[in-house]
Design a protein around this ligand. Structure first.
Ligand SMILES: [Zn+2]
Length: 153
């Protein structure tokens, strides 16, 4: 079967992942692979503008080095990163959330866990350009938009 994703330069940030062909919703694309860190031994990388680090439900983490780690953040994503049920240790995969056209960039909502509101909107600012862009890659529930930025709608 033909590859589902390709990597190339993104207008969002660095390299990105793109659909190599038309994809339906709910398709499993690729696994989020990298260096695994056990629970309680996660490196202190989050403070370093570091957005490839994935925390898993069991408290362990992956420093993403594979293709999945190339996927950029989007506030109106066409993909999601989800753990496979029952996998031990947890394995996370990128899935399409909706139909995606060939050549479209694949994004997912990072929902980063960051330390402060100002950090969320400076160090982890988002410029995805979508209608619903909230201005940060951080978790929107933890860091809602600042009042002076919530002008839309
Ligand atoms: Zn955005």
């Amino acid at each position: 079967m033909a590859a589902k994703v390709i990597a190339r330069r993104s207008r969002l940030h660095g390299l990105g992942l793109f659909a190599a062909r038309d994809l339906e919703a709910g398709i499993r694309l690729i696994e989020y692979k990298g260096v695994r860190y056990p629970k309680g031994e996660l490196p202190d990388l989050i403070d370093d503008g570091f957005t490839r680090f994935l925390r898993l439900s069991d408290g362990s983490g992956i420093d993403g080095t594979g293709w999945a780690a190339l996927a950029n953040h989007g506030c109106d994503p066409n993909c999601e990163l989800a753990e496979e049920e029952g996998s031990e240790p947890p394995r996370a995969y990128l899935y399409t959330l909706r139909p995606v056209k060939q050549g479209e960039e694949l994004t997912w909502d990072y929902r980063l866990d960051v330390a402060s509101h100002s950090e969320a909107y400076s160090d982890y600012a988002c410029a995805c350009g979508t209608e619903v862009c909230r201005g940060t890659m951080a978790d929107p529930e933890q860091f809602p938009p600042a009042a002076d930025k919530a002008g839309r709608g």
